[in-house]
Design a protein around this ligand. Sequence first.
Ligand code: FAD
Length: 506
Amino acid sequence: MITILVIITTLLTPITTNTSSLPWNILSKDNFARKLTTASSSVESAATDFGHITKIFPSAVLNPSSVQDITDLIKLSFDSQSSFPLAARGHGHSHRGQAAAKDGVVVNMRSMVNRDRGIKVSRTGLYADVDSAWLWIEVLNKTLELGLTPVSWTDYLHLTVGGTLSNGGISGQTFRYGPQISNVLEMDVITGKGEIATCSKDMNSDLFYAALGGLGQFGIITRARIKLELAPKNAKWLRFLYTDFSEFTRDQERLISETNGLHFLEGSVMLDHGPPDNWRSTYYPPSEHMRIVSMVKQHRVIYCLEVVKYYDETSQHSVNEEMEELSDSLNYERGFVYEKDVTYMDFLNRVRTGELKLKSKGQWDVPHPWLNLFVPKSQISRFEYGVFKGIILRNNITTGPLLVYPMNRNKWNDRMSTVIPEEDVFYAVGFLRSASFDNWDDYEKENMEVLKFCEDANMRVIQYLPYYASQEGWVGHFGTRWNIFLERKYRYDPRMILSPGQNIFP
Ligand code: FAD
């Protein structure tokens, strides 16, 4: 526990802005004129992120307007006698300073966005070439203009393409389409040597797979070619409540294993803490709140299965019948099924409403001590017993969304950098906590307790959006794949310049 407190204290200690690690003449170089800034407002905002747990100050922020600007900066660092760290910052929605560059340069990727270019859709090829600084919501808006859409999403769309491709990009579509990193055809990447390369599964394939889920370690992604399909118009969105965890997971696992036309499947845990809705989604009819709350009170923990089928004019006539048939086959608590019919856009952008509500109450920019895990299927019952019904009920502090849903391993590719469990099916479990500046470390302690429980029980649980305070943690995270990760680092970023905020190569 002492080590944990030392780590937390270290992370919270503000670091004075310091330009001494940058080459003395960098600010006067013509090619960075007016693009590289040490203004305190820019440096301050690059020092924080959505997590609001760390404050890590860069010396300067680059607002690039072209790929060449980024290449020049990386080359400058690579060629300097004492190189300086630099990190791409997408939308800064990391939770532990992953896009920070202490005493280095943060590259504000969003300054690259140009509304007149930056996304080119090929209707015949069914793909979009997207500048990596674009938010997924912007990509969706553009592709929908042509009746097309990407197929794999995150629950929240105000994240950059480069940011989610550096992690994985998962949501309820992952069981069927794979994560976002499985739906990229080609990328342009600037390596840590300042060399720009186009890569795909057939061209520079090692760099391609390294950068997908690569935590920003091997290069800065500047363009990604994203797979598209014809866009549906509407979404039939159902939720089913369960009191029995094994029935809940049995139904989830069956649904992701068969061809039933579902496009989305997630699940969540509901605890006895107020109304059934949370910031992530307003869903249940107000008239049902009392009934749901009393079921949660009676059982203390219940589970919600969430499924979606998209449809349009051609499938409208059959979607109700198909969903009815599917409902009949499930073992939820009879009488606790809910249905919504929304547009495709409203479904994908569902978290935005909650975000705006929280922002208006000043509750968005608060600490977020999140913990995201991949739990092998064989361990999920032990996890439920020890964590949801054990640690979480005992501590009685967890509020907010608690996700649990399965995905198929065969939709991932082992050559990509993201680490996933060995089993054919594994669960994503997300503790999406909102805290206050006074109490966030209570949640952090609970996160540590969960991780320790999993480790002591040898459950082979893997962190998603991982955070480790030391390299030892990372070596354990990558396991047998650590050597590949290390070799790739030496190959593509030998001077260890890129994304130091991940804390992998101190
Ligand atoms: P940043 O936080 O800016 O950067 C993340 C990392 O990627 C950093 O290390 C950075 O240096 C690196 N990076 C950024 N851009 C590039 C680039 N172009 N090239 C190379 N490296 C780069 N994740 C999911 O998978 N599914 C979800 O449903 C989901 N929901 C979320 C909801 C909310 C409200 C939030 C805050 C986060 C959610 N996330 C989810 C996590 C999110 O995908 C990651 O935090 C992601 O990194 C955020 O993207 P960003 O653009 O803000 O990246």
